[in-house]
Structure formats: C-alpha cells, structure tokens
Design a protein around this ligand. Structure first.
Ligand code: PNW
Length: 462
C-alpha cells in the first residue's frame, strides 16, 4: 500500500547561489558579504569559502540534466545579487542575468518548473559597507533589484520568492554574528529584521508591477517550532518570547499587518522601534500567493535558572532581549548537524499556518538532513538515514494535508552537497554526493528513492 499526494503537488529540490555556484569573479560579479566573511580568518570551519563550491556556474547544464533524469518537477534556486547588479544599485550586469536566463531555459526545456528566490543571504558587499540591513535604504535597494530581475526573467519564471529565512539574515548575521556579515549587536539585529520585512513588502510590490498577471509572489520563512521544557508558567513564557523572536516578528507584519505587542514589550530595553515608520506595516502586509516554510528541527526552551555563581561572559545571542531563556537539547535521534529528528514539528507548523491564515497555500521550500555520507567504493553512496528522515517528514506533510492544510509542494534541501555556510563543506545535505576534489556527482540512494516519490506522487509505506 502507498499513500498519494494531491495531483499537481510540486516535487522539487532546492539550492542557493553562494552554496553551489563558485565563480566569484566571473562575468562582472562583485563580492557579497559571504565572500568577505568566508575569507575572514576564523569565520568558517577550516577557512572554507564558496570560491569553487560545486562549480555549478560552469556545470549548470549537467546539473539540470541530473534533475531531469531524476524526474524532479521543480527547482528552487536563488539569484546572486552581486552577479546581476554588482554594486547593489543601478544598471544590471547583462552577463550575470544571462546565466540565470540560460539556467531557466534549461529547466523549462526539461519540463522543470523554476522557483526563483531573490535573496538567499548574499548581499552585495557595497551595500553592507553602506550600513547593510540595519539601514532602511537597503530595503529600497532590494526593491530596485527585485524589479530588475523580474523585468529580465518575468516572461519565463512564474514562482517568485522575495527572501529566504530573514531570521537567519537578521539574527545570525547581525545578532550572534555566526553568519555574514558577522556583527553582534542586538539593536542592529532588530533593525535588520524590520528592514528585511520592509524589503519583502517593497520587493513584493516591485514584483507585482513587473510580472505578468500569473506571476506568483511568496516569501520563505523558517518559523520556529518552539516547545516549552515543562508546562511551568515561566517555561511557557520563555516559549512565547522565543516564538515572538523566531516567527511572529516576521509573520506579524507580513501576514497580519503589525508587530506583536509582546515582542515590542520584551525588547523595550533595546529599542523603542522608532525605525518602523507609519505606513511600513501596510507595505509589509502584501497579499501573498503562497507561504514558503523551511523546517529542520525544533527548539526546546525553559526559563534560565540563576545558580547564584558568577557566570561566564555570555556568547553573543541570536535572541535579542531573551537572556532569561535557556535552550535545552531536544530528545531523539540526531543528524550530522546535531539537530534532533522530529517530523511532528513539520506537521505542527503546517497545521499552525493553515489555521492562522486560512486560504493561504503553503509550500515546504526546504527540508532535509546532513549525514556523514561516504562513497562505498562501488560507485554508490548509501544513506538510509536520510531516506528515513525524508520519509518521516513527507509522512508528516501528508498528515497535515489530510487534516486540512493546503500544502502545494515539497523541496528537498538539497539537490547537491554544498557549502554549508559557517560549517563549510563538512556537512553534506545533498541527495547527490559531490566529490569536491573532482566535482564528480554521485547519486545517493536517497536520490533514487526521492526520484520514485517525485515520479509517482506516492509515498511508499515504510
Ligand atoms: C537553511 N539555524 O539554513 C538555509 O536556507 C540553507 O541555505 C541551509 O543550507 C539549510 O537551512 C541547512 O542548514 C539555516 O542555525 C541555517 O537555526 C542555520 C539555521 C537555520 C537554517
């Protein structure tokens, strides 16, 4: 027996420009904040950079053929802003746009639906030098960039996403500083979050103005699945605080037109939020055609207990104003990221948004797992743990659909092993193994398994 997904369900794989492309100096591209960051000693594991990555810039056609051979129906990729608008403002760089046009044409030729993300973290360095996301002007630069890409590709791409995981951009980039640009400043992180929200709203407006009427506009979030360690009131309050900072800081303005009152109160010691101008919430709440959800693992929180001893200096936190919250290790099996495997979290998220925003289609724009995959010598890579992970999470999607969630697609992160940000090449998320010394691609058994699921629209019972 098998279970079926709805007809038309999109089966995809996902990547991001800096994680796969390489070719940082080709055809007029300039540096992004990730070039600067990864070339700064001590920022990434082993000093890894995206200079070569999976060499996708030169292997685009082969990689598309690989997806076509697997029967993948949709491909979620991102455009590198400094490739198509090198200084972050002004005229487009035609050779950069030509790369994405060729990619999209290859996809369409093979019947693969292109799903384009405008911003997957690679801000042009020039815009960071001018202040980056903590500055309001960056949101306006983003809208101009959105318009430019829509003008160039709007005739052949109909699924558009403004931002990927603005939480990571704001709070890992400017809060904890473990992502580019590596700043650790609570106020800057909150300002960045607002200007990313504003960029989404202005960018969505720019897309609507430039796209044909069938163009769909979306955003991808990584909403937190935040669980309380116990049901003691102080742990429930920790859960509320982290849910506000992880999720509602974005979904409040984007879906409901305002910042949550409790978030404003929790962060009052950091800012009075005067950087939110009258009219901003109205811009940010732009009607969406779907909401993209990325999910990997849940978070477990409790109220921090003070043991009375002088503590160590705290690490810079990605949670502004939440020093009173302790993070616990969730139970269960773990991936190579040390993330716990918890498919119920994905079910909970999908049902949450189905109830919170009735009528808004949902798309799982990323889900997947890193494992220590090794070729076994006879040309195959066996990754039964990844198959189990994918199976369990797809089963959670199916359960959410049967409980009423309108989920339209699922994108496996990732097509290829790639540059896993601060972890460099040490973490392999691909359905396809990459030997970085030779750039040889080898299908993992999960790729063959996922290919069957994508071709049939059915999840085999496990
Ligand atoms: C997402 N966290 O990143 C990204 O969209 C991908 O580019 C990335 O490769 C993938 O998930 C796997 O990590 C995240 O620390 C990175 O909470 C870090 C976090 C969450 C998401």
């Amino acid at each position: 027996m098998t279970v079926n997904f709805p007809p038309g369900f999109l089966w995809g794989t996902a990547t991001a420009a800096y994680q796969i492309e390489g070719a940082p100096h080709a055809d007029g591209r300039t540096a992004s904040i990730w070039d600067t960051f990864s070339h700064t000693p001590g920022r990434t594991l082993g000093g890894d950079t995206g200079d070569t990555a999976t060499d996708h810039y030169n292997r685009r056609a082969d990689d598309v053929r690989l997806m076509a051979d697997l029967g993948i129906g949709a491909y979620r990729f991102s455009v590198s802003w400094p490739r198509v608008q090198p200084s972050g403002r002004g005229h487009p760089n035609q050779p950069g746009l030509d790369f994405y046009r060729a990619l999209v044409d290859d996809l369409l030729e093979h019947g693969i639906r292109p799903v384009l993300t405008l911003y997957h973290w690679d801000l042009p360095q020039e815009l960071e030098t001018a202040g980056g996301w903590p500055e309001r002007g960056t949101a306006h630069r983003f809208a101009d960039y959105a318009h430019l890409v829509a003008e160039a590709l709007g005739d052949r791409v109909d699924m558009w996403t403004t931002l990927n995981e603005p939480w990571c951009s704001a709070f890992l980039g400017y809060g904890s500083g473990v992502h580019a640009p590596g700043r650790a400043d609570e106020l800057a992180a909150l300002r960045a979050a607002h200007h990313l929200n504003l960029a989404h709203g202005l960018g969505a407006q720019a897309l609507r103005a430039a796209l044909p009427s069938h163009g769909q506009v979306s955003v991808t979030l990584n909403p937190g699945v935040v669980r309380a360690f116990t049901d003691a009131p102080q742990d429930i309050d920790a859960q509320r605080r982290i849910d506000a900072l992880a999720t509602r800081i974005f979904t409040g303005p984007m879906l409901h037109g305002s910042y949550p009152e409790d978030l404003l109160a929790d962060t009052a010691g950091i800012t009075d939020w005067a950087f939110v101008h009258d009219g901003d919430p109205g811009v940010i709440k732009h009607p969406l055609d779907s909401l993209g959800i990325n999910y990997y693992t849940p978070t477990v929180v409790a109220a921090a207990t003070d043991n009375g001893l002088p503590g160590e200096a705290p690490e810079p936190s990605p949670w502004p104003g939440a020093a009173g919250v302790a993070f616990h290790r969730p139970p269960g099996k773990r991936t190579a990221m040390d993330w716990s495997v918890d498919p119920t979290g994905l079910y909970d998220l999908l049902v949450r948004f189905a109830e919170e925003v009735p009528g808004l289609p949902l798309v799982v724009t990323e889900n997947g797992a890193a494992y220590d995959d090794k070729p076994d010598g006879d040309g195959t890579v066996h990754d039964p743990e990844r198959i189990a992970y994918l199976h369990a999470h797809l089963d959670a999607v199916r359960r959410a659909i049967s409980d009423g969630a309108d989920v339209r697609g699922y994108f496996l992160w990732s097509l290829l092993d790639n540059f896993e940000w601060a972890h460099g090449y040490s973490k392999r998320f691909g359905a396809v193994h990459v030997d970085y010394a030779t750039q040889t691609r080898t299908l993992k058994s999960s790729a063959r398994w996922y290919s069957q699921v994508a071709r049939t629209g059915r999840l085999p019972l496990y």
